[in-house]
Design a protein around this ligand. Structure first.
Ligand SMILES: Nc1ncnc2c1ncn2[C@@H]1O[C@H](COP(=O)(O)OP(=O)(O)OP(=O)(O)O)[C@@H](O)[C@H]1O
Ligand SMILES: [Mg+2]
Length: 294
C-alpha cells in the first residue's frame, strides 16, 4: 500500500530574512524537518521569535524559503489548487471595520463562488459554529470585542470547508469560556477528518487538543513527539477515588511502603481556577437562555 502523503512536510526548510548588512540578517528557520499527518492536530510551539509564523507563511506561499522544501498535501507551499483546500487564521485578524459579521462572511463566500443560497446557509452555519453571539451579527465589526472579532476571523478561515486548517494563535483575546469553545471546535474539526496546525502560546489549549507537537527554539526543533508520550511521568503511579477514609488511607500507605514504594504523596485534588470560572459563566448563560427561551 502506498502511504498517504502527509498533510504537511518540510525538508531542511531554511529561511534567512535579508538585511542590508550581513549582521542584520535573521536566520528565522534552520533545516526544519516537520511531518504533519492527515487528520491530526499538530502543535507548533516556541517562544516569541522562534519561527512559527515564518513556517506558516512559507506553507501558505506568502514568503519563499531560502533553502529546503515545504510541501502541503504533496504540493509546494502556495500551489493554487492546494491553497483552496487550506483555511488560514492569521495571527492578527484583518477585517473590514465597517462591515458586520454576516456581510464579511458573505463577501468571502462570493470569492469562493458560492451562490446566494449557499452563501446564506454557510454564513450562519459558520457563525454558529464559532459561537458568535447572534445579537452582534448585524452590528459593524469595528464595535466588536476582541473575542468577537477573533470568532469572525475563525469563521472566515473555515468558510471554504478546508481539509487543512492553519491557526496562528486562535485563542488570543478570548475569555476562558471562549477558549474552551474554540478547543471543542478544534476537536470537532478533527472529528470531521480535518488536519489542524495550531500555533499557540496557550499551552493549556495545546495540551488539551494536540496529538503531536514540536517546540521550536531559534528556528530549530528542540523537542518533538506525541503529547501523551512527552507529558507522561513514566515512573510515577497515581491513585484517586472516593470513600477512602482515614483508616483505608493508612492501610494503603502502609502497604505501599512495605512493598518498597518511595516518595509517597497524599492529598486532595483541587479544581483549577479555570474550571471554577467556566462553571460559573456557563451556568449563568444557561440561566439566561432559559429565561429568554432561546
Ligand atoms: N520580515 C522580516 N524581516 C526580518 N526579520 C523577520 C521578519 N519576519 C520575522 N522576522 C524575524 O524572524 C524570527 C522569527 O519570527 P516569527 O514571526 O516567525 O516568530 P514567531 O515564532 O511567530 O514569534 P511570535 O510567538 O512572537 O509570534 C524573529 O527573530 C523575527 O524578528
Ligand atoms: Mg508568530
Amino acid at each position: 500500500m502506498v502511504a498517504e502523503t502527509p498533510a504537511i512536510e518540510t525538508r531542511q526548510l531554511t529561511k534567512v530574512y535579508p538585511g542590508f548588512w550581513k549582521s542584520q540578517q535573521v536566520a528565522a528557520l534552520t533545516n526544519l524537518n516537520l511531518t504533519v499527518r492527515r487528520g491530526e492536530i499538530f502543535g507548533l510551539l516556541g517562544p516569541n521569535g522562534s519561527g512559527k509564523t515564518t513556517t506558516i507563511k512559507i506553507l501558505l506561499g506568502l514568503i519563499n524559503p531560502t533553502a529546503g522544501e515545504a510541501l502541503v498535501m504533496g504540493q509546494p507551499g502556495g500551489d493554487q489548487d492546494t491553497r483552496r483546500r487550506i483555511g488560514y487564521l492569521p495571527e492578527e485578524s484583518y477585517l473590514y471595520r465597517f462591515l458586520n459579521a454576516r456581510q464579511t462572511l458573505d463577501f468571502y463566500a462570493r470569492l469562493f463562488n458560492m451562490n446566494r443560497t449557499q452563501r446564506r446557509q454557510a454564513v450562519d452555519y459558520y457563525l454558529d459554529f464559532v459561537g458568535l453571539d447572534p445579537q452582534v451579527r448585524s452590528r459593524r465589526i469595528g464595535t466588536y470585542s476582541k473575542g468577537q472579532t477573533r470568532r469572525v476571523a475563525l469563521a472566515q478561515a473555515l468558510l471554504n470547508n478546508p481539509d487543512l486548517v492553519i491557526m496562528d494563535e486562535p485563542t488570543s483575546g478570548l475569555d476562558p469560556v471562549g477558549m474552551l469553545e474554540i478547543k471543542n471546535m478544534i476537536l470537532r474539526l478533527k472529528q470531521a477528518g480535518k488536519t489542524v496546525l495550531l500555533s499557540s502560546h496557550q499551552l493549556a489549549d495545546v495540551e488539551d487538543v494536540c496529538d503531536r507537537l514540536v517546540i521550536l527554539y531559534r528556528g530549530k526543533v528542540e523537542l518533538e513527539g506525541a503529547l501523551s508520550d512527552l507529558l507522561e511521568v513514566k515512573d510515577v503511579f497515581q491513585l484517586e477515588g472516593r470513600n477512602i477514609d482515614a483508616a483505608l488511607q493508612e492501610r494503603l500507605l502502609t502497604l505501599a511502603r512495605e512493598a518498597g514504594a518511595i516518595e509517597l504523596k497524599t492529598g486532595r485534588p483541587r479544581v483549577r481556577l479555570e474550571d471554577l470560572f467556566k462553571r460559573l459563566v456557563e451556568s449563568k448563560r444557561r440561566g439566561e437562555a432559559a429565561a429568554t427561551g432561546r
